[in-house]
Write a protein of this length. Structure first.
Length: 111
């Protein structure tokens, strides 16, 4: 089969790559949803808190859509560590720990 005609057939290299990327995104979204409320609660600006709350709702929707994709593929919705998101979450937690509460400096760090 030529590269131009390969499909997402189960066990194909494309299917494996697609599934891995879905798992990566799923891990990222499910871990982000745990971190966003902490950021929302520690923001001093009401506008920033509201923006983060909106992002929480979007992230919940992303998780549901990913779960639907897993279901359609007859695969278990599970994640594999997304190093990029892991780094962003670690950085966010450091900023929250290193900045003073109720300051614009913390809000800037959150942003």
């Amino acid at each position: 089969m030529s590269p131009q005609t390969q499909t997402l057939e189960k066990d194909s290299k494309f299917h494996e790559l697609f599934l891995h990327e879905l798992k990566d995104m799923y891990w990222a979204e499910t871990h982000l949803i745990k971190t966003l409320p902490k950021m929302r609660d520690k923001a001093s600006s009401e506008k920033l808190s509201n923006a983060i709350e909106s992002h929480i709702k979007e992230t919940e929707h992303h998780i549901k859509r990913l779960e639907e994709v897993f279901e359609k593929l007859d695969e278990e919705a599970e994640g594999v560590i997304c190093e990029a998101m892991k780094g962003l979450i670690n950085e966010a937690e450091e900023i929250l720990g290193e900045t003073n509460a109720d300051t614009m400096v913390r809000d800037a760090g959150i942003i």
